[in-house]
Design a protein. Structure first.
Lengths: 571, 163
């Protein structure tokens, strides 16, 4: 894993680039990368995922509606058919009992005739009986011998007295053939009443449902209010068994519910209560069918989502890596260019120094030359030796000139030695004197007054001597270039805050016009034309930044310019 | 022959004066540009040995003024600071020679003598032409820097043969 990571890790991952604003920490580029990746990913992946889920939901709802609608239609149509079937038979019986000749004492012959007519015209009738107001079956036509049977204790008898019509649940009866009963009551002129009771077998009933032509996972059947099956079902048991589902609540309209069967499978249940009967028509549809479509949809959507997410991620990762790489390379290029420029500048300032030093050394060398020459002259040309003191005087001035040379060379050595040293303690006032040592002669020749004012409590600062020398040489060289002969340059050192020291270098030179003031620290900005590279102050700026300080400038045309360099006390 | 030394290094210039004295060249010494100009006003020297970098007025400025006011005075530049640009400028202002410190005393003495001889020949030639009534020629000699300069070059070449 680690080996793989080190192989694919972009080269900017732990890279540090030394920019003018100081070095970045090791995770600078990886942080940019992470932010870029997170940012782009969040605006591209999140909407996509949200959209996918919204679509999924929408499709699921649409599919469900597609499934529910036929169930509703089926239930209400079938309910109407069943209700009509029952109503038809009730109406037939009512028609018979409303005949003015109908009473409890009607003859067997007449009942038989009626029964045959009913059977032929409506069908489904199994038997027919007439019961008087005491509950005794006075006449009976049918396959069983039920004449004389007393019904007055049975609940249906009492119900038919109250309601006038009665439709029973389906029951097995003597021969265990499922059937149900319809009874109608007819009040008599004498204040009593007679009841016509017909048994109807459920074959017709069943064929109503089996003719529905249902799909394989759909079930349709009739139950009573207690949940006992009144017709056979495909998956929920046979006639007169109790279904293992809860009986749906009573309503007058067709309803569709979502329920679970005993195995926990989701089912769509459509049902309708059939008025004035104990029957409830049910259609059950396995959600499996629905789920099949949904699952397919989900699979496709998921696959699509995963593919596009993968593609997006690859593109994002690639793009982010590419971009950060470009930034990193640009930074590298910039830094190396900056280093090159700095190096050139350093070389230039060393060259300038070397020229100055060489010229300065020439003067004492010339003195030594003349003194030595004079000694030689005296010894070779003169006939008599001059007094001893004169000779010693000559040698003394040779020695003092040599000392003058050695001071200059030591100073140069000191400068060279500090070029690569990193951080050391520096006494600022001593340090500035040292830098002035290089250019002080020019001040003398050009009659420029250089004053230095150092506050008492300036601490030693920790800094890079080489860089600091370059900074002050650059700024002082600028000041010298700005002032006329006989001008003045003031240097003051004072504490800026507990941990910062500021050095102000003020000249009374030509000043910088306001429109140029903002640009003085920009690279290649120069007003000196051919003479300057326009890099001096920009490099100075970079160096001061690197030393953890800052540099600012204030100027007024023809009055002078102030550079303020603020440096941290500890590196 | 009147020679003036101009240099701000007192130690240097006095010793130089001494040594030139030993070689038969009597010299006066001043220490800056203004003094040099003042001295020239009083008593015109034949040759001036001039340092370039001095406090106050630079040597180049002195040379520039002299080339206007006293073109006959021959100037030998002797400097420890000079750049190539300075040398070109000195040549343009018709300095007789340009030497760098430290320099050999005998070479310097030769140059001073050469400059003096050059000045003499130049004035004598001009006088001779003037006497012969050839005023135009005299003027030409005074003007024709290049022709006059060749006289100087001859001395230089002699020096080169010596060293």
């Amino acid at each position: 894993m680690k080996a793989l990571w080190s192989k694919i890790r972009p080269k900017f991952w732990k890279a540090q680039v030394d920019l003018s604003g100081g070095e970045q920490d090791v995770s600078y580029y990886s942080r940019i990368w992470k932010v870029a990746v997170a940012g782009i990913a969040s605006v591209s992946v999140l909407p996509l995922v949200a959209m996918a889920f919204m679509n999924m939901n929408q499709y699921q709802n649409a599919l469900k509606a597609q499934l529910v609608f036929p169930v509703t239609r089926l239930v209400s149509n079938t309910k109407r058919t069943i209700a009509y079937f029952l109503h038809e038979r009730r109406a037939a019986l009512r028609y018979i009992v409303m005949d003015k000749d109908f009473d409890a004492d009607c003859s067997m012959e007449r009942l038989n005739r009626t029964f045959i007519r009913l059977k032929n015209s409506y069908g489904g009738f199994v038997d027919l009986g007439v019961i008087d107001s005491h509950g005794v079956q006075k006449a009976y036509v049918g396959p069983y011998d039920l004449a004389g049977k007393d019904y007055h204790t049975q609940p249906w008898f009492r119900e038919v007295i109250i309601k006038g019509v009665y439709v029973s649940d389906v029951f097995g009866g003597f021969r265990d053939i499922p059937h149900f009963v319809i009874a109608v009551k007819q009040d008599q002129d004498d204040g009593g009443f007679a009841i016509l009771r017909a048994t109807i077998d459920t074959d017709r009933f069943n064929s109503l449902i089996s003719s529905l032509d249902l799909r394989p996972f759909t079930d349709a059947f009739v139950i009573n209010h207690e949940g006992v099956l009144q017709t056979p079902s495909r998956f929920h048991g046979n006639t007169l068994e109790k279904i293992k589902l809860p009986v749906p609540p009573n309503t007058t309209t067709t309803q569709v519910l979502e329920v679970q069967d005993n195995k926990g499978q989701p089912l769509i249940m459509g049902y309708a209560y059939i008025e004035e009967t104990p029957f409830v028509f049910l259609v059950l549809k396995h959600e499996k069918e629905l789920m099949k479509g949904v699952a397919k949809l989900r699979r496709n959507l998921g696959l699509f989502l995963a593919l596009s997410l993968g593609l997006i991620l690859v593109v994002i990762l690639g793009a982010a890596t590419h971009l950060v790489n470009r930034i990193y390379e640009a930074d590298l290029t910039r830094t190396s260019a900056q280093h090159k420029i700095e190096h050139t500048n350093k070389m230039a300032s060393i060259g300038r120094l070397a020229a100055g030093v060489a010229h300065e050394i020439n003067n004492p060398l010339a003195i030594i030359n003349e003194k030595g020459g004079l000694l030689k002259d005296i010894l070779s040309l003169g006939s008599d030796l001059p007094p001893k003191e004169k000779l010693v005087g000559l040698i003394d001035s040779i020695i003092s000139s040599v000392e003058r040379c050695s001071v200059i060379t030591h100073r140069l050595l000191g400068f060279a030695r500090h070029i690569d040293v990193r951080s050391e303690s520096i006494d600022l006032s001593q340090f500035i004197e040292e830098v002035l040592g290089f250019i002080g002669k020019e001040a003398l020749y050009r009659n420029i007054a250089v004053s230095m004012d150092v506050a008492d409590d300036i601490p030693l600062i920790k800094s890079d001597r080489g860089r600091l020398q370059q900074v002050f040489l650059n700024v002082l060289n600028n000041a010298f270039a700005a002032v006329d002969d006989g001008g003045r340059i003031d240097i003051s050192v004072e504490p800026a805050s507990p941990d910062r020291v500021s050095v102000t270098i003020t000249d009374d030179g030509c000043g910088i016009p306001p429109e140029n003031l903002r640009a003085v620290f920009e690279p290649f900005f120069s007003t000196k034309g051919e003479k300057g590279t326009g890099l001096g102050l920009s490099i100075t700026y970079g160096l001061v930044q690197k030393l953890g300080g800052n540099i600012s400038v204030e100027s007024e045309v023809n009055k002078g310019t102030s550079f303020v360099i603020t440096l941290p006390v500890r590196g | 022959m009147k020679v003036l030394l101009v240099d701000d290094e007192i130690d240097f210039v006095t010793t130089l004066s001494n040594r030139l004295g030993l070689r038969g060249i009597e010299t006066d010494v001043v220490h800056d540009g203004q003094e040099a100009l003042d001295y020239v006003k009083d008593q015109e020297p034949d040759v001036i040995v001039l340092d370039l970098k001095m406090p106050g007025m630079y040597g180049m400025e002195v040379l520039r003024r002299l080339s206007k006011t006293n073109p006959d005075i021959q100037v030998v530049i002797l400097t420890g600071h000079g750049t190539d640009r300075d040398e070109e400028e000195a040549q343009r202002l018709k300095a007789f020679d340009y030497l760098r410190k430290p320099t050999d005393i005998d070479k310097l003495a030769d140059r001073i003598r050469g400059a003096y001889r050059f000045k003499l020949e130049k004035t004598m030639a001009a006088a001779a032409f003037a006497e012969a009534g050839e005023f135009d020629m005299a003027k030409d000699i005074a003007k024709d820097a290049e022709r006059l300069k060749t006289a100087g070059e001859i001395f230089k070449d002699e020096d080169k043969d010596k060293t």
